[in-house]
Design a protein around this ligand. Structure first.
Ligand code: CP
Ligand code: NVA
Length: 310
């Protein structure tokens, strides 16, 4: 990855970029565990714009900047003039005069694209309605830790809503040659353009992208099952209606038993037990799921060091 690059979508990264992020993330994780200083961003400041809630993303980016020797500013849209209607393109140009990088979590993906277009510092997508690339890259690092470094040929199954996680996981899997299958209810499928892009990426790495309404078909032979909330941020009013439709898409004992015997289960969190995942399956795979949460820190430090470092 080049200094100054934005990270808006894994689709825009090369396979080498993904490898570079994962390799550096593993290296920084080892250094942090061993207490070896790695102040790659001394004197640098990251602005963190949040238009939605967050636990993991906020804390891991902020702590990550401190560990890299820099600092982070939490910028809630409730407090910024952005929340009172100041255009995103003006916000981008102002913040570029103070900061060395911007991380943004928002609704419409086009807001992130506009911010990146007008900012002359790197912009990192910390979740939009369309994509959540930092989480999907983290999931690749976590799968490597459990399944070995060579991800090509493994199978990832995603069961649930065709949302930002589905899209970024599809892109991530396709880039590294992992087969990917998504099972979603009718009417809640993944974005068709994202599927087409992922299929093109998969063709280059020998992977396949399968879209189905059948959870059992998706998990057949799967090395990893991933799920996510049935009602994402901004969809709270649809919660009850979605719960009724999504019931057959719960990751439960029977579904895990239909996958490979060594299959692991992952969840980006927050999890809603009794909805997209059962309590017993969640707790059985809690070790993986909380490693996955921890790995946000290491992967984002790698991304920031690559795009904001000297
Ligand atoms: N997985 C994730 O992005 O969590 P937060 O919403 O808590 O940041
Ligand atoms: N799909 C979820 C992911 C949360 C990290 C959401 O957008 O709310």
């Amino acid at each position: 990855m080049n200094k100054g690059m934005d990270l808006l979508s894994i689709h825009e990264l090369s396979a080498d970029d993904v490898e570079e992020i994962l390799t550096l993330a593993a290296d920084l994780k080892a250094k942090q565990k061993a207490g070896i200083p790695h102040k790659l961003l001394a004197g640098k400041t990251l602005g963190m714009i949040f238009e939605k809630s967050s636990t993991r993303t906020r804390v891991s980016f902020e702590v990550g900047m401190y560990q890299l020797g820099g600092q982070a500013l939490f910028l809630s849209s409730r407090d910024l003039q952005l929340g009172r209607g100041e255009p995103i393109k003006d916000t981008a140009r102002v913040l570029s005069r103070y900061l060395d990088g911007i991380m943004i979590r928002t609704y419409g993906h086009e807001r992130i694209e506009e911010l990146a277009r007008y900012a002359d510092i790197p912009v990192i997508n910390a979740l939009s309605d369309l994509l959540h690339p930092c989480q999907a890259l983290t999931d690749l690092l976590t799968i490597r830790e459990y399944k070995g470094k060579n991800l090509a040929g493994l199978k990832m199954a995603y069961v649930g809503d065709g949302n930002n996680m589905t899209h970024s996981l599809m892109y991530a899997a396709a880039k590294v040659g992992m087969h990917f299958a998504a099972a979603t209810p009718e009417g809640y499928e993944a974005n068709a353009k994202v599927v087409a892009n992922a299929k093109a990426d998969a063709a280059a790495t020998g992977a396949t992208v399968t879209i189905t309404h059948d959870p059992n078909e998706a998990v057949e032979g799967a090395d990893v099952i991933v799920t996510d909330t049935w009602a994402s941020m901004g969809q709270e009013a649809e919660h009850d209606a979605r719960t009724a439709v999504f019931r057959p898409y719960q990751v439960n004992r029977a579904l895990v038993d239909a996958a490979d015997a060594r299959c692991i289960v992952m969840h980006c969190l927050p999890a809603y037990r009794g909805e997209e995942i059962t309590e017993d399956v969640f707790e059985e795979f809690a070790g993986v799921i909380f490693d996955e949460a921890e790995n946000r820190l290491h992967v984002q430090k790698a991304i920031m060091a690559l795009v904001m470092g000297d």
